[in-house]
Design a protein around this ligand. Structure first.
Ligand SMILES: Nc1nc2c(ncn2[C@@H]2O[C@H](COP(=O)(O)OP(=O)(O)OP(=O)(O)O)[C@@H](O)[C@H]2O)c(=O)[nH]1
Length: 401
C-alpha cells in the first residue's frame, strides 16, 4: 500500500514524496496556508479570465449556426441567451484588482459564475430545443447543447482545486445537466440518464485528479520558492511581499504591526572557529527557536546572512516584552562551544510617528538593532531609544557579548 502511494506521488502527482499532510491538502483546502491560497487564487483568476475572454469572443459567433439550423423565433431566443452569456463572460474577463482580504473567495466566486453560465444556458434552452428539433440537423445541434454541462465538468480540470472543491463545484453542474434532460423531454430511462450521468462522473474524476495534482505541484513549488532552504524562514523577497500585504491589511483595520530586527551576535566567530557547517547548524537552530517563540500568525523572514526580521501583525509595543520573555526562557540555541547564542534586537511599530510604509518600519528596526550592537549586544533597543539587556539573570547561561 505504502509503495503504491509512493509510486503515485512520485510518478504521477509530482516528483516528491507525499506526506499525510500533503495528501490532506489535496483533498480539502482547510489547512492551506494564506500564501498558498493567494497563489491558488491568482492562478484561478488568471485562468477564469482567459477562458471567459475566449468565450466572450466565440459564443456570439455560434449564433450563425442557430440562424442556419433553427427557425427564426427559436434562433432569436438562443441568440438572446448567447448575448446574455457573452455579457457575463466579458464581465468575468475584465481585469480587476484582487481583493486584499479574501482573494481566494473572490477567485472561487468568479469560477462558479464561469461554470454556471453554460450549464444555465443548457437548462434554459432544453425545453425550447426539444420542441424546435424536427430535422436531423436540428436534433444534432440540440444534442450538442446537452453536452454543455459535461464539457464544463471537463473544463474544471484546468483549475488547481482540491478534491472537495471540485466535487462541490460539480454538483450544481451535474444537477443542471440532469434537469436539462428532464426539461428536454427525455424519457427517464436508464440508458439515457445512466449514460449521461456516467459520462459526467468520468469527467468529474478526471477533473478531480488533475486538480489535486496541480494543487500538490503548486504547493511544492510555492514552498520551495518562498522559503529559505537552510532555515525554512521566508526568503527576503517573499517576506517583503508578505510584509507589505500585512502592513496594508493592518493599516486598513487600524491595527498596529510591529517588526523586530534580529541579528545573531558574533556569528563570524562561529564560522571561523568551527567551520561553515557548524555556522549553518546554528542558523537553523536560531530560526527554529525564533519560530517556536512566535505565534502562528507571525512571520519570520531571513533578511540576510545572520539577520532575521520577525513580523508581528496586530501587535502593539506593549505585547513585545512577552515575546522577548518567551525567547529568553527557551533560549536561542547553543553555540558549538556550549555557550548560549545571543542576538541584538531592534523594535519598530507602525504606530510610530512618520511611518508611512513598511520600508520605513524595517529601516528603523534595523537602525535600532545596530544601536543594540553598539551598546554591547544581547540587548533590545525600543522606539523611545532605550536599550534593555536581554541577558538571563541566571549566570549559568552567560552570554558571549
Ligand atoms: N555559515 C554561514 N555563515 C554565513 C551565512 N550567511 C552569512 N554568513 C556569515 O555571517 C558572518 C557575519 O559576520 P558579521 O557581519 O561580522 O557579524 P557577526 O560576526 O555576527 O558580528 P556582530 O553582528 O557584530 O555581532 C560572515 O562571516 C558571513 O560569512 C550562511 O548562510 N551560513
Amino acid at each position: 500500500m505504502k509503495s503504491l502511494r509512493t509510486r503515485i506521488s512520485e510518478n504521477i502527482l509530482a516528483p516528491s514524496q507525499l506526506s499525510s499532510k500533503q495528501l490532506l491538502d489535496m483533498l480539502t483546502p482547510a489547512g492551506r496556508s494564506n500564501e498558498l491560497r493567494r497563489h491558488a487564487a491568482s492562478v484561478i483568476v488568471a485562468r477564469v479570465q482567459l477562458i471567459a475572454g475566449l468565450f466572450a469572443i466565440l459564443v456570439p459567433f455560434f449564433a450563425i449556426i442557430d440562424l442556419v439550423v433553427f427557425d427564426l423565433a427559436t434562433a432569436g431566443k438562443l441568440i438572446a441567451l448567447r448575448l446574455a452569456s457573452t455579457a457575463i463572460f466579458a464581465a468575468l474577463a475584465w481585469p480587476r484588482e484582487a481583493s486584499l482580504t479574501r482573494p481566494y473567495t473572490q477567485a472561487l466566486a468568479a469560477l462558479l459564475v464561469l461554470l454556471l453560465v453554460p450549464s444555465l444556458f443548457h437548462l434554459l434552452s432544453a425545453d425550447m430545443l426539444a420542441q424546435a428539433s424536427q430535422t436531423n440537423a436540428q436534433k444534432l445541434v440540440a444534442q450538442l447543447y446537452t453536452y454543455l454541462p459535461t464539457i464544463v465538468l471537463g473544463g474544471l480540470a484546468i483549475f488547481p482545486l482540491t478534491a472537495l472543491e471540485a466535487l462541490l463545484f460539480a454538483l450544481p453542474v451535474i444537477g443542471m445537466g440532469l434537469a436539462g434532460l428532464i426539461l428536454g423531454g427525455s424519457a427517464p430511462d436508464l440508458a439515457q440518464y445512466g449514460g449521461t450521468l456516467w459520462f459526467m462522473l468520468m469527467m468529474l474524476g478526471v477533473a478531480m485528479f488533475s486538480g489535486m495534482s496541480q494543487c500538490h505541484y503548486m504547493a511544492t513549488l510555492v514552498v520551495r520558492a518562498m522559503h529559505d532552504p537552510l532555515t525554512g524562514a521566508y526568503t527576503r523577497r517573499s517576506g517583503e511581499d508578505a510584509l507589505k500585504l500585512l502592513f496594508r491589511l493592518n493599516r486598513m483595520a487600524g491595527k498596529p504591526l510591529t517588526v523586530a530586527f534580529i541579528d545573531l551576535d558574533r556569528f563570524k566567530e562561529i564560522n571561523d572557529l568551527f567551520g561553515h557547517e557548524a555556522g549553518d547548524q546554528c542558523l537553523r537552530l536560531l530560526a527554529d527557536n525564533l519560530r517556536a517563540g512566535l505565534r502562528r500568525s507571525d512571520l519570520l523572514i531571513r533578511w540576510g546572512g545572520e539577520e532575521f526580521v520577525a513580523v508581528l501583525p496586530d501587535t502593539p509595543l506593549d505585547k513585545v516584552p512577552m515575546l522577548l520573555l518567551r525567547l529568553r526562557q527557551q533560549g536561542l540555541g547553543q553555540r558549538p562551544d556550549g555557550r548560549q547564542m545571543t542576538a541584538s534586537f531592534g523594535i519598530a511599530c507602525s504606530d510610530e510617528e512618520g511611518i508611512a510604509a513598511c520600508e520605513a518600519l524595517v529601516w528603523r528596526a534595523d537602525r535600532r538593532m545596530y544601536e543594540a550592537k553598539r551598546q554591547g549586544r544581547d540587548a533590545v533597543v525600543w522606539p523611545d531609544g532605550s536599550c534593555q539587556p536581554l541577558k538571563p539573570t541566571d549566570a549559568s547561561t552567560s552570554t558571549t557579548g
